[in-house]
Design a protein around this ligand. Structure first.
Ligand code: PMP
Length: 361
């Protein structure tokens, strides 16, 4: 018998790493794709032109500093270019940030349930994720402050929170920051900021607190999920650290060009965001009429909390109707808002399932 060749062993932590479950992708035009929080709008014509132009340069490496784009982001947020770092999606930015800040054994405090990449990225950085249960559908900021230990290096806040849609207030985060040691970085993940009508002011918090970092993405309202582009805004030394941990050339020239064009298309984007927000208002009212206590979402999705039994029954009904939504074991269902017709398909399923809907857990 030939002996099994000895293989290099992957790091032990990979065995315990929870897998990232991506929203299912539509496989045909008949499917309503409401399982991932992306934009249902096709890219804007001006963005497509910028991508086409940039495609002629793909024999060249991109600008590793992303200077033109960082300049535009700095102007957009109202900060200095030294405060901006870019990365391949906000996932990439979060990975860079944790790699820049955390040593093995450090702790990363985050709300739970929240964006499911947080515990995965923390573990990948060798850190220990500390999930603090939500208070209803909101971050429990007092409990998160109490979870900070001498090992805590990063706190991740998500507003509006994925998947519950609830936004934090500037005042409550200000209050929270007063309880956080100055050497702990408080990261505010604003992936859905463009849809947020709550008045939350991340840049104001950043101006007042050098231990705050904002993380944003071009994947949602900007409609560039497939190109992978995100950014962080932080104190210059933190932004520099996040730039250093980026895989060189990870942000392509196509992504940089598209990001620049998208930042310039303010009016078109506002109009698109307005459509989603109008649908959010309509769908939320309809859900409440059906008996769901859905929270006020400030994002491009709505949240239905339900027990596992209801969730399974509803998910089967959604599946049977070719409507892809996102189920979360033990918690509920998230439905991404898209065009009116797709949203109506989701509502029709909930309307036709009164036995389940009448008693949301
Ligand atoms: N943060 C939050 C809160 C998200 O919901 C998502 C996408 N689901 C991301 C970050 C990552 O998005 P991307 O990497 O496409 O920017």
């Amino acid at each position: 018998m030939t002996p099994t060749p000895l293989l290099p062993a992957p790091r032990a932590l990979l065995e315990h790493l929870p897998a990232y479950v991506a929203g299912r992708r539509a496989t045909s035009a008949d499917v309503a794709a409401l399982a991932s929080n992306e934009s249902h709008h096709a890219p804007l014509p001006s963005v497509l032109t910028a991508i086409a132009e940039a495609s002629q340069r793909v024999n060249r490496y991109p600008d590793p500093q992303g200077l033109a784009l960082r300049d535009a982001i700095a102007a957009h947020v109202g900060v200095d270019v030294e405060q901006v770092a870019i990365g391949p999606g906000s996932n990439g930015i979060l990975q860079q940030l944790l790699a820049a800040i955390c040593d093995p054994g450090d702790e990363v405090v985050h709300a739970w349930r929240s964006f499911e990449a947080y515990p995965i990225l923390a573990r990948l950085a060798g850190a220990t994720p500390v999930g603090v249960p939500l208070d209803g559908e909101r971050h429990d900021l007092p409990a998160m402050a109490a979870a900070i230990t001498p090992r805590t290096r990063v706190v991740l806040l998500c507003t509006p929170n994925n998947p519950t849609g609830v936004a934090l207030t500037t005042a409550e985060v200000e209050h929270f920051l007063a309880a956080v040691p100055r050497d702990v970085l408080v990261v505010i993940d604003e992936a859905y900021v463009e849809y947020d009508g709550s008045g939350f002011d991340g840049p104001a918090l950043l101006r007042r607190h050098p231990n705050v970092a904002l993380v944003r993405t071009f994947s949602k309202a900007h409609g560039l999920a497939g190109l992978r582009l995100g950014y962080a805004v932080a104190a210059p030394a933190i932004a520099e650290a996040i730039r250093r941990t980026m895989l060189t050339f990870a942000v392509t020239d196509l992504a940089q060009a598209a990001g620049l064009a998208s930042l310039a298309a303010t009016a078109e984007l506002r109009e698109r965001v307005g459509q989603v927000v109008a649908e959010r208002t309509r769908v939320t009212a309809e859900l409440r009429r059906l008996g769901w206590e859905t929270p006020d979402s400030q994002a491009n999705f709505v949240w239905l909390r339900c027990g596992d039994h209801h969730r399974e029954e509803l998910l089967a009904a959604f599946d049977a109707a070719d409507v892809l939504v996102r189920g979360y074991a033990g918690d509920g269902i998230r439905i991404t808002l898209a065009d009116r017709a797709s949203n109506d398909r989701a509502l029709a399923i909930l309307t036709a399932a009164p036995a389940v809907v009448a008693v949301p857990a």
